[in-house]
Write a protein of this length. Structure first.
Length: 195
């Protein structure tokens, strides 16, 4: 069975703890109110950011469509450029073509008439035509630039939170100092020790 404290001691303890309880309750309410305000400000900030990001998101979707088309054009260009480079390499490896031509030669003339014509073949080297490629490479679309968005400013909320914290610490310190002063007064006045 637990021993019960005298009534005056219980009342004194209630006075001490009720003041601290009131302080703690008020501090909790103040912190909850501050947290609610910060949450409301954060929600408003997020809505503002979403509004600022809308044009960028639309530009990003358009860019993705343009970039997809660019990739198709670039692949086709690369294929045509590869075919040109292969043809150019072939011309470099074999710069001339051997051609055969025929020259008509007459065996002779009788009374001014030609007879016995035949074609004499002869070969010659001819430079191969160098292929040209004048097609321009497709240009990639310009990526959109994200807007510069300021970070959520928690400075004011942090200052208020620190002020609440320091106020609570100061109040608790003052109460502790008052209790210490009361205890020191009691010990210096032995007549009041029973009160």
């Amino acid at each position: 069975m637990a021993t019960q404290l005298p009534q005056f001691t219980q009342r004194r303890m209630m006075r001490k703890t009720s003041g601290i309880d009131r302080l703690a309750t008020q501090f909790r309410k103040d912190v909850e109110q501050l947290t609610g305000e910060q949450q409301a400000a954060l929600t408003q900030y997020q809505a503002s950011v979403a509004e600022q990001m809308k044009p960028f998101e639309a530009a990003t979707q358009q860019y993705q469509a343009q970039f997809s088309e660019y990739e198709k054009q670039a692949a086709a260009y690369k294929q045509r450029l590869g075919a040109f480079e292969a043809a150019l390499a072939d011309v470099r490896a074999n710069p001339t073509i051997t051609r055969t031509a025929y020259e008509r030669v007459a065996r002779g003339k009788v009374f001014g008439k030609e007879y016995g014509h035949y074609d004499v073949p002869y070969t010659y080297e001819e430079a191969r035509p160098v292929p040209t490629f004048t097609e321009k490479a497709p240009v990639a679309p310009t990526a959109p630039t994200a807007p510069t968005i300021a970070a959520f400013d928690t400075g004011g909320f942090e200052q208020r939170r620190e002020a609440l914290q320091s106020g609570l610490q100061r109040e608790l310190g003052e109460r502790k100092a008052a209790r210490m002063a009361a205890v020191s007064r009691r010990t210096s006045r032995p007549m009041l020790q029973g009160a």
